[in-house]
Design a protein around this ligand. Structure first.
Ligand code: ADP
Ligand code: MG
Length: 568
């Protein structure tokens, strides 16, 4: 052990009382101390804060920490102060401070007392602060929750967009440390680009949560009864049930109470006192279940949450992962149960319909991944980790058998020939189509795009028409996960061949395919929101729906191009 390493360990012990580093912490910290740009991707609870706190305490100068959550900043400042002789060691700089307080902060920084300065991104836009920070020694800049910089993340904050310029104004070569629990490659790329740190050394921890069991059930009219049964079977255990709307939260909490379950509601429409009370009841085990909107969870650190139920499917895989991630923090049992019906996807698309087009495109692309996840028959863990850019072998990997699809596998069919057709079609049409357009070519159906590309597509038009669009969609998803294809994210999902894909065309091999689940939606007539919105799946549904309408009403001349959603 070198002297520097011994020092790091004793500093860890001295400041935080921990006897060892977790995961990649030590490597990260060395890189930060060396003054390099650093990018840290670790799941929630992985111990990211320490990666900038410890270097800040050791290095000369003040580290600026940008974080979007004022409450969390306060906690961190209190914790650091508690282990230090001088409470000036950490400060928060924000608009709530009066003149005297601001002066105190500035003095402490100037005198070299302050090692950590927490600021909200909007405070950093104040010229007064920036002008002051230019004049003092800054050790590095930590951007916590860095995914807020990306519209592809689950928590986009426009104020984060300017950070690069502000950092530049504070100093020319201030090292940057970006930290996030968002694992999608797209968001990571955005962060590196937006913070201007493409040279950063990246440290990425695995996002596998081997103790979590993933299950998706079809959402029928009896969903409440199903949830009650599940909760009763898990009596006395702590759990969170997520619903999309406040109304649903209230109703479901009541239904559970009537059935003798200790449950409380939680959503942003409740007054602050009730929210705090219900949260405390959950933490103190005075209630077993919290029925909540996504307003519940940020910063909740209850280690023994045994189940997370999604009454409504979330709007992205990312949100699903964050929300289910609140189960089993202690490494014990954690059952993640989601109810899925395609009409819920359509509802979510409807919510987006007023948003700017680019935002809709992003939202739509994220939703398509949710559909794929819900309907897939491959290992759910493999699917999630693949989404996060991580290879996972569910035969050998930890937690490989912990999901419904692996425990109850669907029959598999040999699809080697179809994979070859698929890959060749992609190659020969010059890798320029998204799944839904490619599927149109395969099954021999035209649309505006395809017919405008006749010369390119004609030779392949209908090469896969002995199978239907749903089959090809499912195959594309599985081929993606297997790594033969990659999706170009900049262009919202254009499919390209990987090197493995090119090799497959030359020498095809066995490819076992499981057919996707078919979720019965016969109860949801008339709930297609947007003809374009649902991609191939929705288009198909829309067509069946229109056909159905026409049959039922022969006089239905002028059937509208799409059916408007009616709230039930
Ligand atoms: P993240 O920001 O990645 O979600 P935090 O920084 O909030 O995670 O840390 C999560 C928890 O892990 C905290 O309670 C923290 O005190 C604890 N922790 C961090 N590093 C260590 C360590 N080396 N040893 C023990 N506990 C640690
Ligand atoms: Mg954190």
């Amino acid at each position: 052990m070198s002297i520097a390493e011994i020092d790091l360990h004793s500093a860890l012990k001295k400041f935080f009382g921990f006897s060892g580093f977790k995961g990649l912490q030590e490597e990260v910290i060395k890189n930060v101390i060396a003054g390099n740009n650093t990018f840290v991707i670790m799941p929630t609870g992985g111990g990211k804060s320490l990666c900038y706190q410890l270097p800040a305490l050791i290095k000369e100068g003040t580290a600026i920490v940008v974080s979007p959550l004022i409450a969390l900043m306060k906690n961190q400042v209190d914790a650091i102060r508690a282990v230090s002789e001088n409470e000036g060691v950490a400060h928060v700089l924000n608009s709530s401070l009066n003149k005297t307080e601001v002066k105190r902060v500035k003095d402490d920084i100037t005198n070299g007392i302050t090692k950590l300065l927490y600021v909200a991104p909007e405070s950093l836009t104040k010229a007064e602060y920036v002008d002051f920070l230019r004049t003092v020694k800054i050790s590095f800049m930590a951007v916590d929750e860095a995914h807020c910089i990306s519209e592809w993340g689950h928590d986009f904050r426009p104020e984060y967009r300017n950070l690069k310029h502000i950092i530049k104004r504070i100093g020319d070569d201030i090292p940057i440390v970006g930290l996030t629990a968002t694992a999608t490659p797209k968001v990571q790329e955005d962060i590196l680009k937006s913070l201007g740190m493409s040279d950063a050394v990246t440290f990425k921890a695995s996002f596998n949560r081997p103790n979590l069991y993933y299950e998706v059930r079809p959402k029928t009219k009896n969903v409440d009864a199903d949830i009650i049964r599940f909760v009763k079977q898990n009596e006395g255990k702590s759990g969170i049930i997520y619903c999309l709307s406040r109304k649903r939260v209230e109703e479901l909490a009541q239904v559970l109470q009537v059935n003798g379950v200790k449950a409380v509601p939680y959503h942003a429409g409740l007054d602050a006192k009730t929210r705090v009370k219900h949260q405390d009841m959950f933490l103190m085990e005075d209630t077993d279940v919290v029925v909540a909107t996504i307003a519940f969870g940020m910063g909740i650190d209850k280690p023994d949450v045994r189940f997370v139920i999604h009454h409504d499917i979330p709007k992205s895989i990312e949100s699903y992962y964050q929300e289910t991630g609140r189960a089993g923090r202690d490494g014990g049992e954690g059952h993640c149960l989601a109810y899925y019906a395609y009409k819920d996807i359509e509802k979510l698309e409807k919510f987006m319909s007023g948003k700017p087009v680019a935002e809709q495109e992003i939202g739509h692309a994220l939703l398509q991944e949710v559909v794929a996840f819900a309907e897939t028959s491959i290992s759910r863990r493999k699917f999630i980790l693949h989404y996060f850019g991580e290879e996972f072998d569910n035969e050998t990997g930890e937690g490989g058998d912990m999901d419904d699809n692996v425990r109850n596998p669907k029959k598999q069919v040999e699809a080697q020939d179809d994979v070859k057709i698929l890959l060749e079609t992609i190659q020969n049409t010059n890798e320029k189509y998204k799944s839904k357009d490619l599927v149109q070519v395969l099954v021999g159906k035209s649309n505006a795009l395809i017919s405008s590309h006749k010369t390119d597509t004609q030779p392949f038009f209908g090469v896969g028409k002995d199978k239907d669009a749903r089959y090809w969609m499912a195959l594309i998803r599985q081929v993606l996960v297997a790594g033969y294809l990659k999706k170009d994210i900049e262009t919202y999902g254009v499919l390209r061949l990987s090197d493995e894909g090119k090799a497959f065309i030359k020498s095809p091999k066995s490819f076992m395919m499981a057919e996707d689940h078919v979720f019965d939606e016969s109860t949801n007539d008339g709930i297609v929101t947007n003809a374009k919105g649902g991609g191939a799946v929705a288009d198909e549904k829309l067509m069946t729906l229109l056909k159905d309408l026409r049959k039922r009403n022969a006089k239905a001349l002028g059937v509208p191009p799409f059916v408007i959603f009616q709230d039930p």
